[in-house]
Design a protein around this ligand. Structure first.
Ligand code: URA
Length: 290
């Protein structure tokens, strides 16, 4: 298992507290029955060096006892504010390249501790269509690109059926940038930590159409509680805190769901046709020979 572990995302950069928090989280997910062997191996590979021995101060010469300097227990230290950090870093990015660098430098999402790579985007920057999915899986984590595993291959075939493709006219990203250990769902906190970057990406990419793959991407980006079966295939309009104008938005069934539920492909096909018609009305670039 260890031999398959490539260089970690931020080897050496993770502090002791983050390491401890990551281990506690892993134990929690292991107890919940999630297969976490990869993530554990990564943490073993980046285990911190043994703490340095600090010399005990010599007793005071005067004989008076000196009160020890109070050190705040972890529980009493001011909590880090990853959301504020994320908002600041995302707002400072004025291009997609700067946003990618900001995401890569961000330390406020616990998922980074167990991921091999940061998975930010693939496809054509500035494309008319921006597709946002749920988050990296094993293959995406290995290659550092979204949607390259089995569900990505199905996604490519679905998009090609209506003249869309990442090499020509689609830009692809996710609502979290690091693989959750064992492919568990990202927590609300992890999604929230990444959301300022997602909002900023939508604003900077300014697509003619935003395509949200699956319920998690739809609910997170749109801030809606409705399930994907209610949202899919409809012409929606999305405004987030970063946007000055509404963005045309459609939700589609996630290709990973379609791999499990092949009978639902007929719904996905109906949605693709609805999407194709809307793209043409919007004058969005399609290439029917893809
Ligand atoms: N599923 C997603 O939602 N995103 C990916 O990048 C890969 C699989």
């Amino acid at each position: 298992m260890l031999a398959r572990i490539a260089a970690p995302v931020n080897a050496g950069a993770m502090g002791l507290e983050a390491e401890i928090a990551a281990r506690a989280l892993l134990e929690f997910w292991a107890a919940a029955g999630v297969d976490l062997e990869d993530a554990r191996a990564l943490l073993r590979a980046r285990a911190p060096a043994a703490p340095r021995q600090v010399a005990k101060p010599s007793p005071p010469q005067s004989g008076r006892s000196v009160a020890p300097t109070p050190s705040l227990s972890p529980a009493r230290r001011p909590a880090p504010a990853p959301l504020d950090d994320a908002r600041r870093a995302a707002a400072a990015a004025t291009t997609i390249a700067e946003l990618r660098a900001a995401v890569e430098a961000f330390e406020g999402c616990g998922l980074k501790a167990t991921a091999r790579t940061t998975v930010f985007s693939d496809g054509v920057e500035g494309a008319d269509v921006l597709l946002i999915g749920e988050g990296p899986g094993r293959e995406e984590d290995e290659q550092g690109k979204p949607f390259v595993g089995r569900s990505g291959q199905l996604l490519d075939r679905m998009l090609a059926a209506i003249g869309l493709g990442r090499a020509a006219n689609v830009f692809i990203s996710n609502v979290v940038y690091w693989r959750p250990p064992g492919n568990r769902p990202a927590t609300q906190g992890e999604l929230a930590a990444c959301l300022p970057f997602v909002d900023r990406l939508i604003a900077l990419a300014n697509p003619k159409l935003l395509l949200l793959a699956g319920g998690v991407a739809a609910q997170t980006v749109l801030r809606k509680a409705e399930g994907v079966t209610k949202l899919r295939g409809r012409r929606l309009s999305h405004v987030n805190p970063e946007l000055t104008k509404p963005i045309n938005t459609m939700v589609m069934l996630h290709p990973a769901y379609l791999l499990r539920q092949a009978r639902q492909k007929r719904l996905a096909w109906a949605d693709l046709l609805a999407l194709e018609a809307w793209l043409d009305e919007l004058g969005a670039a399609r290439n029917p020979r893809l």
